[in-house]
Design a protein around this ligand. Structure first.
Ligand code: C5P
Length: 403
């Protein structure tokens, strides 16, 4: 979700600084590159050693250290960040930021940076509620500085009140929201289907397929990462919900269609689910028993609704862009072209799922993108790279001005 994003974390001097160590770890787990500056106060609470061990980067402290200036000047530090996060943000650093002070490395970098800034205030409740702090915060918010917290709860001095720094998970969510808000698909609604469907035979048995949902989930994550308000309608999978995505879990194809129709209107729909073509016409209410006789029970099947074809039907609720997948075991591109026409969708991502390709349940995919303009073959990519490439193509098509 935060792959490659450069976060500059300013740790100022509050007891909550220990939580910033957890934040560094969480950010790195999300793929972010984290550089940290300790204010003089911050260095009283956490050590540069812990910070650099967790961030895998040098911890920056002293504005006038010649080594720091030769390796990484304060201007470079401020420029090489996609987002500056101040956590904890004390009353002191908020006041300095509001008034443009640059009395040490942390404040100098904050003044020099053109990157968006997110602050996580942490202080005693009387300090937070003091008109001076509230005015400073207000001034900063008017300048576009974003804030997460502070929260209500027990404070360091055995007091209760508002002033606790937001938890690392909340700060992480605010950081992710910040990137989404600035994304190329911000404000656009997207729908993705993913995973298999389960078609009940009786209460304990079902018909299913080998889809893992990896590709669909990765697409939902990639669209959300570009800022799209993303709804994922997923059949049963073992996957975690992608961050920042509204997930609706369903079992059968018919439930998937209902959930998709509820998500409308959307501007783009990507149908990556491996929907069962057939369901059991009359699923048994009770578990079917072996009757001891020679005859195996037979199942009568009924055709499932085609979600992709339904979403592609012309009308005022049709998404501007409808994308389907074609899992083929032979004549991949020819069959995909036919499928695109038959379903009425705009794009088909065709992939070869013949035994031995490892596509189903695997991590890689070779895609042929079939559009009205022709066929484009992508190199074999990891499924999350396919997802990002597709999300970029969607952004180029639906948001050409920003491309
Ligand atoms: O017809 P086929 O299953 O090969 O088509 C695959 C494409 O159609 C995929 O995008 C899949 O998500 C979609 N599909 C659907 N509803 C169905 C069957 C397929 O949305 N009932």
């Amino acid at each position: 979700m935060l792959d490659g994003k450069r976060i500059l974390l300013v740790i100022s001097g509050g007891i909550a600084a220990y939580k910033s160590l957890i934040l560094i770890r969480r950010l790195r787990e999300r793929g972010a590159k984290v550089r940290c500056i300790l204010s003089k106060g911050g260095a009283q609470f956490v050590t540069p050693l812990s910070v650099s061990a967790l961030s895998h980067e040098k911890a920056y402290l002293d504005q006038f250290s010649l080594t720091d200036e030769s390796e990484m000047g304060h201007l470079r530090l401020s420029q090489e960040a996609d987002l500056v996060v101040v956590a904890p943000a004390t009353a002191d650093i908020l006041a300095k930021m509001a008034h443009g002070l640059a009395d040490e490395l942390a404040t100098t970098v904050l003044l020099a940076s053109a990157a968006p800034i997110l602050v996580a205030p942490a202080m005693n409740h009387r300090m937070w509620l003091h008109p001076a702090t509230l005015e400073n915060m207000h001034k900063l918010e008017l300048r576009g500085v974003k804030r997460v917290g502070p929260n209500q709860g027990p404070l360091a001095e055995d007091e209760m009140g508002i002033g606790r720094m937001a938890e690392p998970e909340e700060i992480l969510a605010a950081i992710e929201a910040q990137f989404r808000a600035g994304g190329r698909l911000a404000g656009l609604r997207a729908l993705v289907t993913s995973g298999p469907t389960h078609e009940a035979i009786d209460p304990v048995r079902y018909i299913a397929n080998r889809s893992s949902g990896k590709q669909g989930h990765a697409i939902a994550a990639a669209l959300a990462e570009l800022g799209a308000e993303t709804v994922l309608v997923s059949g049963p999978t073992a996957l975690a919900d992608p961050p920042g995505v509204s997930v609706f879990r369903i079992e059968s194809a018919r439930d998937m269609l209902t959930a998709c129709e509820r998500a409308l209107p959307v501007e783009v729909a990507v149908c990556a689910a491996a929907v069962a073509d057939w369901r059991v016409a009359a699923a048994a209410d009770q578990k079917i028993k072996k009757n001891g006789g020679p005859d195996a029970p037979s199942l009568t099947l009924a055709e499932n609704p085609d979600i992709l074809a339904t979403l592609s039907q012309p009308g005022n609720r049709r998404p501007r862009l409808v994308v389907g997948f074609a899992a083929e075991t032979e004549n991949v591109v020819v069959n995909a072209r036919v499928k695109r026409a038959k379903k009425g969708c705009d794009w088909i991502l065709a992939n070869d799922v013949a035994p031995g390709t490892g596509t189903f349940g695997g991590d890689r995919n070779t895609i042929h993108l079939v559009t009205e303009k022709g066929v484009e073959t992508w190199p074999t990519l990891a499924k999350d790279q396919v997802a990002r490439k597709l999300a970029e193509r969607i952004a180029e098509t639906l948001r050409p001005a920003a491309a």
